[in-house]
Ligand binder design. Sequence first.
Ligand SMILES: [Zn+2]
Length: 191
Amino acid sequence: MPAVFPDFRLGSVLATSFTGTLSERHGVPVERIPTPHRLVDWLVVNGLAVDSCTAVQLDLARELRESIHAAATAAAIQDALPASAVRVINDSSVQGRAAAILTPEGHRRWRLSSASCVEDALSVIAADAISIISGERDGKLALCASPTCQAAFFDTSQSRTRRWCDMNTCGNRQKKARFNANRRKNSRSAE
Ligand SMILES: [Zn+2]
């Protein structure tokens, strides 16, 4: 019988979608890539298809994930970036060989050097993290207002006042609690 795994939380920013594969870090953590195969599934969903993943590669992926989380959290609160996290992100970025490909329809796709190369996929994620942590992309890193979550997310709303990493989970939970408390209209929704 196939095991049931937690769903992925899909977002528009690759690096923070990836850090979102572990949620509720300050509550009861939910691991959404508990097995190598689930990492393969996640990569396929995010346009980085590989056909296999080893336990060692899953460990590498999780190390990168937690490093991005640590660095993005530091950046969000304007703290110094942890040196070890920066090293892991840079190592991942350097170790992969992925190429951006322009499709005839004008979309960007990634081509990995081989379908077994999880490291190539991780390098794309690391480069995405670098682009948001360095501030070169239009948006602002912030931390989710849910006390059990506190995930770093990339706010691209015009007002930069988004409060939750994910509107369908953290945002809804808070909204419902607030609605039940005083029926006051929520002032702002996240994307
Ligand atoms: Zn959250």
